[in-house]
Design a protein around this ligand. Structure first.
Ligand code: 3ON
Ligand code: FE
Length: 486
């Protein structure tokens, strides 16, 4: 550990906290323009729309939110057509957003610790959830949906981004019913999603939707214990959930002292349970199977696939959950104190009911992406947002590519003054090779406090940017998004 400490001192930071903080300023304005600040060339074959979601507001009328995950959802839409690009952003007009903008103050507690002004007395026993629709945005069955995992989707006009109301899929969802922000699209044309209803027993609901956007199946499964499950993976025959060993103590939340998510603690001595649920009765393994592995915390998975008697799952794993504390300021995060999110491969042996874990890389990495045609199937390449340096926790400043077959890795970095969000892989039309396509990523540039849309050649990140599209403003650090060729 002495060596480690020395390394730590010698290692120059690739960023300053002040630069990083700039990406957490609100963007209350809504824009609509053709992007004219372009370096390089937008590939003429790149056609379609990138939708992104994330907190657009980090404060309500100057009152800072306790955590960025509590911010109101704002959709950005970048449309590529004939080598040109158009930008538009608009807030999801959720009931809570409209009410708070009108009242000019915080009216709701946030899951991640935002409290109404007035101390605990103003917050005690207030269990209302504000659906902030801030986590993902998908275009499926001709519907643009803004997703937040604890409530129903918001339906938007895909062109104007106008909010049209909530989506209940013809009465399949009831008011306030959860629909997660991490659907997986089975390349056979099925959107699979889930919902978590936590309690002493947790209900996991699995939905399947056809290409028309109709729910064709909705099934409930009960598992013992409290669950906080943000993402899942599918294979051709299974849905797989990682139930990380967490304990939820609702008392401080009930008393108005902190947010629900702040009452969750990882229990390092308890195993993670891996819940494998067959998607159909024709699955080789017909019953739900639960395997155990060591503790940790996973927000995001990359992909999963079946081999003979084995399922492989690739995930981003934290040693423990980042602690959000009542009186802390997330903008003053000490990155060195949090465990780095790292890429792991899990081998689930279905014959011996054993799990083997393998660290693929030590680098801090989050927001994984891959080729959409390989979802649930063997795949070779993954892309993610990553830290500039190969060890220790740090902000996401680079795009990382891993060749899972050869072990080769590539990195394209925006350090020292750039900070990246989730990369999206867009395959070239009629491409043969799995990495033939582009990476599109939003980069926050602290030098001019603006964001840029960057297009990279997925086969060769080291080549640098194919194009950089300078926006007239910044976009606050976001969460997830998707690309549609339509
Ligand atoms: O009380 C229960 C527990 C709980 C936490 C029930 C519940 C369903 C209300 C609930 C709510 C969970 C919610 C609303 C989760 C929302 C998560 C969210 C908006 C974002 C998660 C992002 C995850 C990651 C890993 C982001 C990483 C970002 C970076 C590394 C960039 O800095
Ligand atoms: Fe997520």
């Amino acid at each position: 550990t002495q060596d480690h400490q020395q390394d730590n001192q010698v290692l120059e930071k690739s960023y300053t906290i002040k630069d990083w903080q700039g990406g957490y300023e609100s963007l209350p304005e809504e824009y609509d323009y053709w992007i004219d600040d372009i370096e390089g060339e937008i590939p003429p074959e790149l056609a379609g729309t990138l939708f992104r979601n994330g907190a657009g507001l980090l404060d309500i009328n100057g009152e800072r939110l306790h955590h960025p995950f509590d911010g109101d959802g704002m959709i950005s839409r970048i449309t590529f057509i004939n080598g040109r690009a158009h930008f538009r952003n608009r807030f999801v007009q959720t009931a809570g957003y409209l009410a708070e903008q009108k009242a000019k103050k915080i009216l709701y507690r946030g899951v991640f610790g935002t409290q109404k002004p007035g101390g605990w007395l103003a917050n005690i026993f207030d269990f209302k959830l504000k659906n902030i629709a801030n986590t993902n945005v998908i275009y499926w069955g001709k519907k643009l949906l803004a997703l937040w995992e604890a409530a129903e989707p918001y339906l938007l006009n895909p062109h104007s981004l106008e909010t049209l109301g909530n989506e209940y899929f013809n009465g399949v969802l009831s008011q306030g019913e959860a629909f997660s922000a991490h659907p997986r699209i089975d390349p056979r044309g099925i959107l699979v999603n889930f919902a978590i209803k936590p309690g002493l027993l947790t209900t996991i609901t699995i939905f399947e939707l056809n290409t028309k956007g109709e729910v064709t199946s909705k099934k409930n499964h009960q598992v013992p214990g409290f669950c906080f499950i943000h993402d899942f993976v599918i294979t051709e025959n299974y849905c797989i959930f990682f139930q990380n060993p967490v304990k939820f103590n609702p008392i401080p939340f009930a008393l108005g002292i902190c947010g629900a998510a702040e009452c969750i603690k990882v229990e390092k001595n308890q195993p993670t349970k891996i819940i494998i649920i067959p998607r159909t009765t024709k699955a080789p393994m017909e019953k739900v199977k639960i395997l155990e592995t060591k503790a940790g915390f996973i927000f995001h998975h990359v992909n999963a696939f079946e081999l003979e008697n084995e399922i492989i799952v690739d995930s981003i794993c934290y040693e423990s959950l980042m602690e959000v504390e009542p009186n802390s300021d997330y903008r003053k995060t000490d990155f060195d104190k949090n465990s780095p999110p790292q890429l792991w491969r899990f081998h689930l042996n279905l014959l011996e009911n054993q799990v083997q874990n393998q660290l693929i890389d030590t680098r801090t990495t989050e927001f994984p992406a891959m080729h959409p045609r390989h979802v649930g199937k063997p795949y070779r390449y993954l892309y993610s947002a990553a830290a500039h340096q190969s060890t220790l926790n740090a902000p996401l400043q680079a795009i990382f590519k891993v060749d899972l077959e050869s072990g080769t890795k590539q990195l394209w970095s925006t350090a020292p003054r750039g900070f990246v969000g989730e990369p999206i892989f867009v395959p070239r039309a009629h491409s043969q090779q799995e990495d033939d396509g582009w990476i599109i990523v939003v980069v926050y540039n602290a030098e001019n406090h603006r964001s840029e849309i960057v297009i990279l050649d997925a086969q060769n990140l080291a080549k640098g940017r194919i194009a950089k599209l300078g926006l007239k403003h910044h976009i606050p650090y976001g969460l997830h998004g998707s690309f549609t060729p339509e």
